[in-house]
Unconditional design. Sequence first.
Length: 328
Amino acid sequence: MRSNGPDGSRLLALLRLDRLRASPDASNTIAALDRLLLLLPDRHRLIDGTGLDLYRDFDTLLIATPNPRDAAVTFLAARHHLMDAALRAALDRGAKTAKNPITWRTVEGRPVGIRQPERGPANQGLDRDDRILVLPMPALALMATPPYATLLLGRDLLAPTTSTGAVDAGSPDAQPGGGERRKPAGRPNWREIAARIEAEESAVPDNAAFLMTMTGLFGTPAVDSEVGPPPQSLTVVAGAEAPFIEILAEFKTAAEADRWEQDVPAWKRKLVTNPVVILSGFSSLIGRAENTREGNTLHLRLELSTAELQRLLNLAGNLAQTALAHPR
């Protein structure tokens, strides 16, 4: 699903929870990963109060956003193995806990939920997440902002309607007072929507459990900076069954890629002597990293053990918690 900012910026992350469950020492790897995910607002919005378990009830999670700093604009797609009724009941429990109740409608035979926060002084400051929930196919759930959901569904579900029952996106609504009928609403193509999600999911290699691509999210370095122009996009891929980490940096020109390729040895030397890297015992791991070049893309690959992967995740969690606790 293309959820891009006006400048083309985008972050896309895909997590294969089924592959994590099948990995060696899965419980410890999942615990280390969840320390990171718990720092994300959507980890709580998706699960808190529902009674669901992210790592038991879901198989894949896709996150796309034009602005990683604003959780309210994030698009989510999740594959699960629950019946529609069970998932709806769980989402209703979570919405009740957040005081952000869901009104369910039927659009072309599938459930669509509208979240509208409870009003009143007692609820000031509570979560005002107004993203729409869509269950386009069995075992697939989406969460999208109202404007994006309108594009997705072919109709504005927040527009006033005279209907008091279930809403069918293909039924024209009469104007109040017996006036002219409104133009029939568009009909969402559920199979097409599911196919678009599958196309995004196919980006994850068969041996990977995680993929994240960041496009247009890097600032321009200062004129006197020793760092060259940042990559147009940066992709991080990680495997859990046979653990590895790959980083692909794509640059606008070959000259920019040349400059970064020449700087890689110096960056590795700096990392190897960094106090955090030394104290964490990762110096040898950095030394094992291999880099290659193809066109305008630099490719860094690191193969590691399950224990090293877990230590990296724990280190990332500690650093992220420290950064959030002491923002600049």
